[in-house]
Design a protein around this ligand. Structure first.
Ligand code: E4P
Length: 220
């Protein structure tokens, strides 16, 4: 499963990339606005930190303008994936951009029927929002499972990116369901490391070692 960071914050991206386990980045207009720089500048900086797919979202709402924005965004860097919302216009733009070889991430997917449409339009990625579905008392993970099954049934190549992940459990369940990618905020990626038995075990190992070897490291 690929790990993407769902942030436009450069410090978070540098930290995550430093761990060597970040395969890509997703941004959205809210995340870009939080950093205060024009999208072109911000995603260019992001592409300099993470060597992998970087999703940058259009903000136009009609197909022609989305296509125009998609062209501009895709020229910023070879790793840019243009993000289009799952609206009728967004799907028309997805079809047009994908036909030109531009990779599109269809975002704001909340149902299996929408995911089918994204695949049929040639999307490179579809982004079902797990957490936001849970927020309205439905089961976001059931949607991931349904999409995995449907795409398998027909051999669709569109990658399933489990989005709006809010906890390590969300990440693990998405992996169990067969999502190709999980995108998560920095704090969720950080939390994936944690286990109290790891901390306790390491503390004991170092204590035992220190008793005999008087705190010297293996390298001397
Ligand atoms: C995905 O690409 C979205 O940016 C994101 O996962 C939305 O997450 P949120 O529901 O936590 O805002």
């Amino acid at each position: 499963m690929k790990f993407f960071l769902d942030t436009a914050n450069l410090e978070e991206l540098k930290k995550g990339a430093g761990w060597g386990i970040v395969d890509g980045v997703t941004t959205n207009p809210s995340l870009i606005a939080k950093e205060g720089k024009p999208i072109e500048d911000q995603v260019r900086l992001i592409c300099g930190i993470v060597d992998g797919d970087v999703s940058a979202e259009v903000v136009a709402t009609d197909a022609q303008s989305m296509i125009r924005e998609g062209h501009q965004l895709s020229k910023i860097h070879k790793n840019i994936v243009v993000k289009c919302p799952l609206t009728r216009d967004g799907i028309m733009a997805t079809k047009a951009l994908s036909s030109e070889g531009i990779r599109v991430n269809v975002t704001l997917c909340f149902s299996a029927s929408q995911a089918l449409i994204a695949a049929k339009a040639g999307a490179y990625i579809v982004s079902p929002f797990v957490g936001r579905i849970d927020d309205i008392s439905w089961n976001g993970m059931d949607l991931i499972r349904s999409i995995v099954q449907i795409y398998r049934n027909y051999g669709y190549k569109t990658q399933i990116l489990a989005a709006s992940l809010r906890s390590p459990t969300h990440v693990v369940e998405s992996a169990l369901a067969g999502a190709h990618i999980g995108t998560m905020p920095f704090k969720v990626l950080d939390a994936l490391f944690n286990h109290p038995l790891t901390d306790r075990g390491l503390e004991q190992f170092l204590k035992d070692w220190g008793k005999v070897f008087h705190e010297t490291s293996v390298a001397g």
